[in-house]
Design a protein around this ligand. Structure first.
Ligand code: IPM
Ligand code: MG
Length: 365
């Protein structure tokens, strides 16, 4: 039987409770689809700061290195907000993990289910039938990591420097991911840049355009980032795959998540340069964060974590049938009317974290 090693990093806030449901779902699909998952838990984020004195302890990195994929919960919370910014869980755990494993390709599907359009802040008539946009965000370059970076004194005042830098090869590798993703969807790719102002934008546009001849079946168009922010709200259904550099993708993916109306339902994948027999090493996490206000109450929506596990099966392990089954089970549970508080509406059944897990597991069997 095929066996895989998975690192499980639940983290802080609602991380552990939603992770529990994802792990239960994985236990069911591995039986049904005849493969074995060897899960190893490790501490990360605030939990690791409290216990090990740092957000990303060496043992955690080791566990990840020995695994084929990382199932990640979420990190951060009010308890650690007073720490210096570069020691806070988000920056001291997530960013080093991304860099260490060269997780350059961040896939963030923003799916608004047809029967959840009421939860979106966008007018229902603009999104009737729901929408499905995939944000492909470059994750290891640009302003986040460019050197020089720092704050120094100049003529008696503080000056902060961040550097936006992209090599053509970095743009090419993320663009290939986006073109391929578009080929498996509606074959429409929108590339985002700021070519009217930034040198980076000019290179971005030129590089993506040059690659498009390798993907003649994909319709490519370009938008300036400010215009894209506007068009996404005006007509989300007009988009299929959106390709953006690191900071633009950070901002636009939050916007896309918000207009789906249900942050608790959005998974994400961060794929690395390491190729595996059946896919690519990656880190898989919900888009929503730690939600400290509801942590420990058993009411958080576990769907984003469960769908992240499905992405892990798909992109790292190549277990497509099992991933499809989880996606379908989530849809079934929603169609049956099960709702956690974040997506509740009158006439549906309000359930907690565990009961939502139960409903998805029942739909799987
Ligand atoms: C995200 C987050 C991170 C980012 C933060 C927590 C460093 O906003 O994953 O989108 O900016 O990339
Ligand atoms: Mg963000």
């Amino acid at each position: 039987m095929q066996s895989y090693k998975i690192a499980v990093l639940a983290g802080d806030g609602i991380g552990p409770e939603v992770m529990q449901e994802a792990v239960r779902v994985l236990a069911v699909v591995q039986k049904r689809f005849s493969f074995q998952l060897e899960l190893t838990e490790a501490r990360v984020g605030g939990a690791a700061i409290d216990h090990d004195g740092e957000a990303l302890p060496p043992r955690t990195v080791e566990v990840c290195e020995q695994s084929e994929a990382i199932l990640f919960g979420s990190v951060g919370g009010p308890k650690w907000e007073a720490l210096p910014p570069n020691q806070q869980p988000e920056r001291a755990a997530l960013l080093p993990l991304r860099k260490h494993f060269q997780l350059f390709a961040n896939l963030r599907p923003a799916v608004c289910f047809p029967n959840l359009t009421h939860a979106s802040p966008v007018k229902e008539e603009l999104i009737a039938g729901g929408f499905n946009v995939l944000c492909v965000r470059e994750l290891t370059g640009g302003l986040y990591f460019g050197q020089p970076k720092g704050t120094h004194m100049e003529n008696g005042e503080a000056v902060a420097v961040d550097t936006m830098i992209y090599k053509q090869s970095e743009i090419e590798r993320i663009a290939h991911i986006a073109f391929k993703a578009a080929q498996g969807r509606s074959k429409k790719l929108t590339s985002i840049d700021k070519a009217n102002v930034l040198e980076n934008g000019v290179l971005w546009r030129k590089t993506v355009t040059a690659l498009s001849s390798q993907y003649p079946d994909v319709r490519l168009n370009h938008l300036y980032v400010d215009n894209a922010a506007m068009q996404l709200i005006r007509d989300p259904r007009g988009f299929d795959v959106v390709l953006a550099e690191n900071l633009f993708g950070d901002i636009l993916s939050d916007e896309m998540a918000m207009i789906t109306g249900s942050l608790g339902m959005l998974p994400s994948a961060s794929l690395g340069t390491k190729e595996l027999a059946s896919g690519r090493f990656g880190l898989f996490e919900p888009s929503g964060g730690t939600a400290p206000d509801i942590a420990g109450k058993g009411i958080a929506n576990p769907i984003a974590q469960i769908l992240s596990a499905a992405m892990l099966l798909r992109y790292s392990l190549g277990q497509h049938a099992a991933a499809d089954a989880i996606d379908a089970a989530v849809r079934t549970a929603i169609d049956q009317g099960f709702r956690t508080g974040d997506i509740y509406s009158e006439g549906t059944q309000r359930v907690g974290t565990r009961a939502m897990g139960d409903a998805i597991i029942a739909a799987l069997s």
